[in-house]
Ligand binder design. Structure first.
Ligand SMILES: Cc1cc2nc3c(=O)[nH]c(=O)nc-3n(C[C@H](O)[C@H](O)[C@H](O)COP(=O)(O)O)c2cc1C
Length: 193
């Protein structure tokens, strides 16, 4: 890509978190769904990290596309106090495979914070070195967190029903085939076929 930009910012959430950090908050699930839908066709990649009421996000892509997105983010009422931590042209992406990877702050990141004598995840105060270290940690971490249970997400359980139907399908087809064969054999025995 001709003019590849990596932009990193910190912000504070503007909503009441409804999970303890072991699952993905429903508001964050919504942000992620929107981000993944929009970023993929715009060739934007990156990572969103959440912990202790703060976001840390890295956006990578063509300069003007990333800058346009950043301007849009400034007006998003789900977060506030956006602070630009780093903005620089880069030769390569760190998050090639992700339209938007997500990580809750986990034990490994907490250990990193401890080493830097930081008691909580407050990305606004991160040094340039800390930003770089965290990006490497986020790049190398595997995305393990699951969305919060469907009941708390405010969307319908349709996808779960679809999954259950898919799982039952082979059994239903077997039962139907067995029934049809039994009827044919029964009719043959009765001399009707
Ligand atoms: C912390 C945070 C991160 C976000 N990241 C992205 C992103 O990477 N890409 C994106 O398109 N929207 C992102 N959004 C949402 C945008 O602010 C905006 O709501 C969205 O782009 C509008 O998309 P729509 O027009 O498809 O509804 C983010 C919002 C928040 C609060």
């Amino acid at each position: 890509m001709a003019d590849l930009l990596r932009l990193v910012y910190a912000s504070e959430i503007n909503f009441e978190p409804s999970t303890d950090g072991s699952t993905i908050d429903p508001v964050i699930s919504g942000i992620l769904a929107q981000s993944r839908r929009n970023n993929a066709p715009r060739n934007i990649g990156g990572v969103l990290c959440y912990g202790d009421g703060f976001f840390f996000q890295c956006l990578e892509g063509e300069r003007w596309v990333v800058e346009t997105l950043y301007d849009r983010l400034l007006g998003d009422e789900r977060h506030r106090n956006m602070t630009l931590l780093s903005k620089r042209p880069v030769a390569q992406r760190m998050f090639k495979l992700w339209s938007m990877k997500f990580m809750n702050v986990d034990a490994r990141i907490r250990r990193m914070l401890q080493i830097e004598n930081l008691e909580s995840f407050e990305p606004h105060s991160f040094s340039d070195l800390m930003v770089e270290r965290l990006l490497i940690e986020l790049r190398d971490a595997s995305e393990k967190q699951r969305p919060a249970p469907l009941s708390t997400q405010g969307w319908s359980g349709r996808s779960r029903q679809a999954g259950a139907t898919r799982e039952l399908m082979p059994g239903l087809m077997f039962a139907t085939a067995t029934g049809v064969i039994a009827i044919i054999v029964g009719l043959m025995l009765a001399g009707l076929l």
